[in-house]
Write a protein that binds this ligand. Sequence first.
Ligand SMILES: [Zn+2]
Length: 249
Amino acid sequence: MATMVRRLRDALGAALLALCLFGCVHAPARNPLAQWVPSPNSGPREPVLVVIHGTAQDSVQQSLETLRGSNSGGPVSAHYLIGRDGKLFQLVAESERAWHAGEGSWGTISDVNSASIGIELDNDGYEQFSDAQIQALLVLLDDVCRRRNIPRSRVIGHSDLAPSRKRDPGPQFPWQRLAQAGFGLWPAADRGEPPAAFDGYLALKALGYPMQDRDAAVRAFHLHYRGLESDQAMLDAEDLRLLHALTRD
Ligand SMILES: [Zn+2]
C-alpha cells in the first residue's frame, strides 16, 4: 500500500513538473495581484507588417538550427522559413513575437518584432531567388495578409527598417514581381517629373524609412527600388522621380 502511495505521489510530482515546464515558460495570463473579472471584448494583438529577410546562410538545415538557437547577436527566430525549393517551415506561432527584426523602425512602429510577421528566405545574400521560392512566398503572403487583415502594401525588407545594420533580403530580391502580385509598393511607370520643391528626404520618411542616418536610408532605398548596392548616399534625379511616384497619392 505504501509503495502504491509513493508511486502515485511520484507520478503526480512528475505531472506537476511537466505542467510547469510547458506552462511556466510564459507569464500567467492573469495577474495574481488583481481580481480576475474577464471582459469578452478583447482579442489577440495583431501584427500589422510583414518583414522579408534573407538568411545569408548556405542551407535550410543551417537556418533551421540558427532560428531555433542564436547568431552572433544572441537568440533569433522568425515565424517562417522558405527553402530554395519552396518548402515552407513555421518556427513561431503568428500570435507570438518572434525575434527577427532587432533594432530599427518603420514609420511610427519602433518595436518591429511586436508588430510584424517575419519571413526568412534561404539565400546566401548574393544569389538569385528561385522561382519556386518566390511562388511559395506569394502564396504565404496572400494567406497571411488575408487572415491577419494586414494591408498588402505593408510588406517590407529587413534593410528597410534597419538601414544602417542590414542589407537583406538584398539587391537580388524581386520587389517588382512582388508588387505585380499586389504586395509592397512599386512606382508607376508613367510617373512624370517631381515639382522643383519636392523633398526626397521627406518622401523617404513618409514611406516609413527611419531617418536618424539619412545616408543609410538612401542606400536602403537604392537596394529596394533600384537593386543597387553601393556607397552612393545622395538622392539623384531618378531617386526623386521614384520617390515622387511612390508618395504622390
Ligand atoms: Zn534579416
